[in-house]
Every structure is written in structure tokens, then in C-alpha cells.
Design a protein around this ligand. Sequence first.
Ligand code: PMP
Length: 388
Amino acid sequence: MTRWLEQQAAVRERRGLRRSPEVRSPESSSGGDAVLDLSSNDYLGLASDPRLAEAACEAVRRWGAGATSSRLVAGTTGLHLELEEELARFTGMEAGLVFSSGYLANVGLVTALGGPRTLIVADEHCHASLIDGFRLARSRVEGFRHNDVDDAARLLSDRALCGKSEPRALIAVESIYSVWGDAAPLASLLELAVEHDAMLLIDEAHSLGVSGGDRHEGHGAAAGTALAGHPNVVLTATLSKSLGSQGGAVLGSALLREHLLNRARSFIFDTALAPASVAAALAAVRIIDAEPWRPAAVRANAARLAAGLRIATTPAAGAVQSAPMPDAETAVKASRAARAAGIRVGCFRPPSVPDGVSRLRLTARATLTPDEIDYACATLRGILEETP
Ligand code: PMP
């Protein structure tokens, strides 16, 4: 009965595809374990910020450790509503709805907008949480070549030409892609969405807290542009990367919020996000507004990392740098060598890579020092030069 499981485990082992988590020490949160972390998504260094810890503790004392039930039963606190309003303001959208994770926000949104009457046109590098939403949506799904707006246009036009057209369309992209780290051509995608009367879903997981500028530092890629508040645009976000907490959100119109509240199954049938996570995310949003140096520092550190690595990586639009490896075994070896030299890097292999190419994924964080980045660059250059 379990023989096939053994066989699959053996194949994974042989191909360098076996994954197992490294157990993190509590000291690593304060930088006290002597490991230089270039793997986490804690881009702004807020996950271990005492202000977030205090906000979470206060929420536990006030509301308890768990949310007790789903949002529509008794799981909604004033904190949840406050966070939704704050995230909407932050991103420039009309309304927000908080989910238990970014994964569930994507699944809930896509399934609530999808169905047989909606064509989904998605960038081929879309995150697994979007893909799982597509699978559940019962829509026709067409993938377009990464960042190729003409290819997306062709798929949307085919819909009109071939006559079997669905009346609705959804275009799905990420503002900064999670593995390659490059940016989507959002302005052209918005034009395309308007031209075809489609919704444009933008997953802001890796740009919230990182992208923005002027009065919108860290507010994401859409904030302060024509995308913010546009009726054809809907954003999704995670609270677990730059915001240093846990949870996810959809940001869009009040009408869309109302639709999701009634139709998104991953919202309706899931226990509400714990008040501690809500309070920590709320504290993080306010810190980003008060400390705009953090997003700016992430981008400056990413640029220093890119310049110092001197390897052919995809141009980094935010915190993520990506170094392609010849195969999974080499990627594992290189990441182990980095770890032995005191640097933790992400090692991404199939099925976690959109193009099937294994790679080291390096993330810049606001709190890295120039010395740390230079040490990491010199060490990683040495390791990468030795890889075939
Ligand atoms: N979208 C993207 C692009 C992501 O990278 C992630 C997290 N890896 C998610 C969604 C899911 O967010 P969460 O971890 O909050 O479930």
C-alpha cells in the first residue's frame, strides 16, 4: 500500500528534490545566531520588532489567543475592521477584506470571480496560490508568456473572435514575481484590462512594504498610480512578508468586498485570522508610514547585492534576486556551501520554480548592513564561480 510513497521518496532523493525544513533558532530572530539571513521574506525586519510583539500580546490579553470562529459567526473583532480600513487606505483602494493567509486570499478571490462564465488569462509565473484558485474556479484558464502583454492581448482577442466567448475575463499577475524578482508591466496591463473590460488581479505579496515612492513609500506598486482605486483593478496581499505578521487581504471596491464576504469560500468557511496577527499587521502598517527609510533601504540593499554578486540574475525590482543553477543537485550543493559559510539562502527547485529552473533565491532586507552584504557577495561569488 505504501510502496509508491517509498518509491517517490527515493526518486526525490536521487534527483536532489527532497525538501526538509531547517529548524530556526529563536536567536535568529534577533540576528544573534551568527547566520546571515538572505532567505526570509521579512523584508523590513519587522517580524521581530518589539512594537509588533507588544501589539500582538496586547491583542491576546484583550481578545484571547484564537479568533474562536469564522468571520461571519463571531470571529470579527473591531481590530479586523480597523486593519481592513487601514490596508485600503495604505494601498489606495476603496475597501479591504482580511483572510487567514495570502494563499487563502488568492484562492477565495479567484474562485469568487471565476466560474464557467469567466475566462482567466494568467502570467505563466503566477504563484501556486493563484494557480490553485484557477483549478478550483472551473474557468477556462489560458497562460500567457511571462510579462508578455501582446500574448495576453492575443488570448483576450481570441475570446472575442472565436465566438465561444465567456462574458467576463480576469487577468492575473504579480507586481513583483516571487521567484524571478522582476516586475510586471502594470500600466500596459491596465490598458489591456480596460480595453477588454476585464478585471486585473495584481498580487502585491512581494511589493507591499517594498515598492512605492514619495508619499507612498512601501505602499505597494499600485499605490499612487492610476491603478489605485481603478474599478478594473483588484489587489491581493500577504501580511506575512514585509508586514512581519501572518494573514492575507484582498483590496478592491466596496462592492467587491461585499461579493467576497458572501461568496469566497476560503473566507466564509475558515476561522478568522487570530487577533494577535491582526494587531501585529496593523502596527506594521503604521511603522512603515512613520519609517519610510525601511522600504528605501530594502531597495538600496537589493541594488548593492545585485552589483556585488556580478552574476546574470533577472533584474530585481524589489527585494528578490534570483541566480539560476544548472540543476537541482547543484543548487542544493551551492546553498549548503553558503550555509557552511554562515549565509542562509533560499534554494528553489521544482515544483517551486515557474520555469523548471532550479535557483538560489536571495532576499535583501532593510536591516542588512553594507558589511554584511559585501561579505555575502564575496562568499557567494566564490561559491557560484565553482559551480559548473
Ligand atoms: N502570493 C505570492 C506571490 C507569494 O509569494 C505568497 C507566499 N509565498 C503568497 C501569495 C501566499 O501568501 P501567504 O504566505 O500569506 O499564504
